[in-house]
Design a protein around this ligand. Sequence first.
Ligand SMILES: [Zn+2]
Length: 439
Amino acid sequence: MKRAFLAALTLTLLAGPAWAQSPPPSPADIDAATQAWIATMGADAIARSNSYFEGKYWIGYAGAALTVAVCALLLVPGWFAGVRGWLEKTLKLKFLVAWGAALAFLLVLSVLTFPFDYWVFFVREHQYGISNQAFGPWLGEYLTNAGLNLVLFPLFLAILYFFVRVAKDAWWVWASAVTALFFAVIVAAAPVFISPLFNTYTPMQEGPLKADILQMAQANGVPAENVFVYDESRQSHRVSANVSGLLGTTRISLADNLLNRVSPEGVRMVTGHEIGHYVLGHVWSLIVALSLFAGALYACVHYAFKAIAKNERWGVRGLSDPAGLPLAFALFVAFAAIATPINNTIIRFHEHQADIYGVNASRAPDGFAETALLLSEYRKMHPSPLEEWFFYDHPSGYTRIHMAMQWKAHEMAAGRLPQSPLGPPDGYKPAFVVTDSAD
Ligand SMILES: [Zn+2]
């Protein structure tokens, strides 16, 4: 009898609310709290954020159109067939010819698209006050990135051409598998070989926040012994974090901007999000999903190429001839541009999962709202649902704050969270760095 009473008491203690319960929230309360958080931005910040992000809609398509134009320039006068002819005479081996053609093509593409990139990634980022990096270091990083591409992609394209020659009409199935392998190698190598080219990674300073983060990681089964901080302030004001690597190289890294600009609650929430990516195996599922997506694009390229380049047009003998690379590449870019919402939705789906994981792991909904507001410096807060589906590779700030407030309201109603107002604290102002576009 006594034992049964104790058991009942224990159950009550385990299941019972720790704080006062409240009536279930209404959807209108949650909407109003979300709007109240967004209103703390002020009209100017909202307008600037919208203008910056909406500009990128057409910039994405203009970039694709520019690439297609460069491809046409190389292809139509038969210049690229000339390049392939010269390579065949000098390099002989088919693999090397494909590699040389890919290198020449990417080199020309990089040079001709540089002015556009300079405007998008340097001038515009400064106009909107997002970056404060000087031109010299910016150019250095741009060239490092371009050099890396010139090392990796010609090799990748030469391997694809090998499968076009060997597997014929089924090449795109093999190419999808090669893409998965390439993704995996790059993801595994990134923390060790690639990221250090752009930023310095140091172990996070010892202290209560680091101890708190490591406890949360280990509570969620992440075998993290350390958290890294990288000097993103070198490039921009952006607050960010990531989980990178694969197998032995996996690690959680936080930007110095995040630690400097966001409260411990916000840092906990962001880290919870990254832990979510890790626990849910997102690196693997993204590699699989994006490689299948790439496979579908390769198949589109295959059929479109055959339809356009039959009868040796522009000196191209067929799909296996590297002289047709500008055409194949232009088709890939065009199909990828059309499929933008599919790519975005694959990624956004994973990000949404990490968000809900993060808020459950960190139990910091206000920290989530605070961070979502800072991300408005480079992402429009409140798009239409169609706009979000089409252009967003992460949930919008509105979606994220709404989710955080919904979580908070229901947890408070259940008594699992102390009562506090839904929405921002009185007089709350987001810690924006970007305040003027004049500098
Ligand atoms: Zn994420």
